[in-house]
Design a protein around this ligand. Structure first.
Ligand SMILES: CCC1=C(C)/C(=C/C2=NC(=C\c3[nH]c(/C=C4\NC(=O)[C@H](C)[C@H]4CC)c(C)c3CCC(=O)O)/C(CCC(=O)O)=C2C)NC1=O
Length: 185
């Protein structure tokens, strides 16, 4: 079932046949109060998605060139396209989870059964995990505007979002990437 921070607290309360708890309400108040920050964080990832994905896939190929040689899982172009597409899918579902403040959409729609699919198709775990790690590093840098021109090159782009404490949102975003990594491992 796909939930968000609100429906999650309703389901939790219903499961214990209790009204929404005071602490539950407190968490939702915080969710609303920090809503703009959350939207900025989602935007930081979504508006740099193709750059984040292509950089991650270029990275795994650079580190393991066997991927694009005969027998490699990014060879021929059909598989390279599938790999780039998968990167986009996973990143997109991470943004959905971050937007809704709940991992269920990521779990149900993207991760469920993915490890088995990858095993059946011979998609290498080490490289998939590495691609997600690179997407994580670059997404968190975009959320915090800590990306550098040295690492970004020609495509360098600062989000220029309002500066403030984004530690909780960064940790939450990181946890969704970690969820993808542990689902694939
Ligand atoms: C909505 C959720 C959803 C997900 C998550 C999804 C994943 C997904 N990735 C697939 C294939 C694939 N995925 C990859 C990915 C990679 N190969 C590598 O070497 C890299 C490590 C990695 C990219 C980072 C490749 C190459 C294939 C094609 C494998 C093949 O056909 O031999 C397939 C098999 C069918 C197909 O080729 O389309 C599925 C179902 N599909 C979905 O609908």
């Amino acid at each position: 079932m796909v939930l968000d921070a609100f429906s999650r607290s309703v389901v939790a309360a219903d499961a214990s046949t209790a009204p929404i708890s005071t602490s539950g309400i407190g968490e939702l108040k915080k969710f609303i109060a920090e809503g703009n920050k959350r939207l900025d964080a989602v935007n930081a990832i979504a508006s740099n998605a193709s750059c984040i994905v292509s950089d991650a896939v270029a990275g795994i190929v650079c580190e393991n060139q066997g991927l694009i040689q005969a027998g490699g899982n990014c060879y021929p172009n059909r598989r390279m396209a599938a790999c780039l597409r998968d990167g986009e899918i996973l990143l997109r579902y991470v943004t959905y989870a971050l937007l809704s403040g709940d991992a269920s959409v990521l779990d149900d729609r993207a991760l469920n059964g993915l490890k088995e699919t990858y095993a059946a198709l011979g998609v290498p775990t080490t490289s998939s995990v590495r691609a997600v790690q690179i997407m994580k590093a670059s997404s968190l840098a975009h959320i915090n505007d800590t990306n550098t021109e040295a690492a970004g090159g020609k495509r360098f782009r600062k989000m220029g979002s309002a500066q403030g404490d984004c530690s909780a949102l960064t940790a939450e975003a990181a946890s969704y990437f970690d969820r993808v990594i542990s689902a694939l491992s």
